[in-house]
Ligand binder design. Structure first.
Ligand SMILES: [Zn+2]
Length: 239
């Protein structure tokens, strides 16, 4: 299945926290969007790998994704090396996305920056025809390189290169985040508290969206960085 946008993120819930408003807005524009989660987030303080996969499935339903899969890399211990690049290339070639969105280039959680570098390298190598891969049905895959890679901004503040207006999609973004019931604030959850399980964390997510929205004169926004220089046909294309 060919996708317009493939989001590749290291932990289930990263995509929802970082770019689910953008996912929703592009699906509303008729684009096909999917998510590849690299790990099951098994080192997270709360929940279990099984629960987190179920929660990711539920969040994907809320977003209206065309596909979602989990590559089962080891949370915390995956590396940007040949083993992991060659495991990721088949997913990029399977969905042939025009655009890839991935983790922040650097963040509080060290997995985020490492995953970001792994995704950038795998997207490049996916375009080299001499790297041969097969799909899940055993068929030989064609080389494919996405045109642009965007990095969403998750925990630590990064000055964005561009901001997507997600104003109409905020309530549904919040719903997709709360689908990860084991991770975020739930008064009935008796598991140990974590960095993200306080009510203040959800307030911070909203404040960040308001801050980025404020920068472009709308209510809510999501910020991205992009390594490729932004090109326009008209100076008026930049709002
Ligand atoms: Zn994460």
């Amino acid at each position: 299945m060919k996708l317009d946008i493939l989001v590749i993120a290291v932990h289930p819930d990263d995509a929802e926290l970082g770019c689910s408003g953008t996912i929703l807005s592009h699906i509303a524009q008729g684009k096909k969007v999917g998510i590849v989660d690299l790990t099951r987030g098994e080192l997270g303080t709360r929940g279990t790998p099984e629960i987190r996969v179920e929660e990711a499935e539920a969040a994907g339903q809320i977003l209206g994704l065309s596909a979602r899969e989990n590559l089962g890399f080891r949370d915390g211990f995956f590396r940007n090396d040949e083993e992991h690049q060659t495991a990721l290339i088949p997913a990029i070639r399977r969905y042939r996305p025009e655009l890839v969105i991935t983790n922040a280039v650097t963040d509080r959680h060290p997995d985020h920056g490492r995953a970001s570098a792994l995704v950038v390298d795998a997207c490049f190598y996916a375009g080299l025809r001499r790297i041969e891969t097969t799909d899940t049905d055993g068929s030989r895959q064609e080389a494919w390189r996405p045109k642009v890679i965007y990095h969403f901004i998750q925990d630590r503040y990064i000055r964005p290169d561009l901001i997507v207006d997600i104003t109409g999609f905020w309530p549904r973004k919040k719903e997709s985040i709360l689908a990860y019931r084991s991770q975020f604030f739930d008064p009935e959850n008796s598991e140990p508290a974590s960095y993200i399980s306080s009510p203040e964390f959800l307030e911070f997510i909203e404040a960040r969206a308001e801050e980025y929205g404020h920068m472009i004169g709308v209510k809510y926004g999501e910020g991205f960085t992009v390594e490729r220089t932004v090109g326009v046909r008209s100076l008026f294309d930049l709002l």
